[in-house]
Design a protein around this ligand. Structure first.
Ligand SMILES: [Zn+2]
Length: 94
């Protein structure tokens, strides 16, 4: 199987990007080359992960502890921040 002449196919897109020519880029995206390229990308991408096989880091409990609600504006702030993200008041010590 021959490699596609990718560089040649991409040339018009690169040109469009270089010129910030959105229309040209859109035009290029409608070409058959892009459809082929999309298929290649899709084929080479890993399959979507199934539920239950998510990386452990995604499901592990937060390392930083519980979030805290701002006593002034009630915004729920991340545990690692010591000032409210909304009103910038310091976290209550109690
Ligand atoms: Zn606040």
């Amino acid at each position: 199987m021959d490699m596609l002449p990718m560089r040649e196919n991409l040339e018009p897109l690169l040109e469009a990007l270089k010129n910030k020519d959105r229309n040209a880029a859109v035009e290029w995206s409608r070409t058959e080359q892009w459809a082929t390229l999309e298929q290649l990308i899709a084929a080479s991408s890993p399959p979507p992960s199934r539920p239950g096989s998510v990386a452990a880091t995604d499901t592990s409990p937060a390392r930083t502890g519980p979030k805290w609600p701002c006593p002034f504006c009630t915004f729920i702030n991340d545990a690692e921040v010591q000032t409210c993200a909304m009103c910038n008041l310091p976290r209550s010590r109690t």
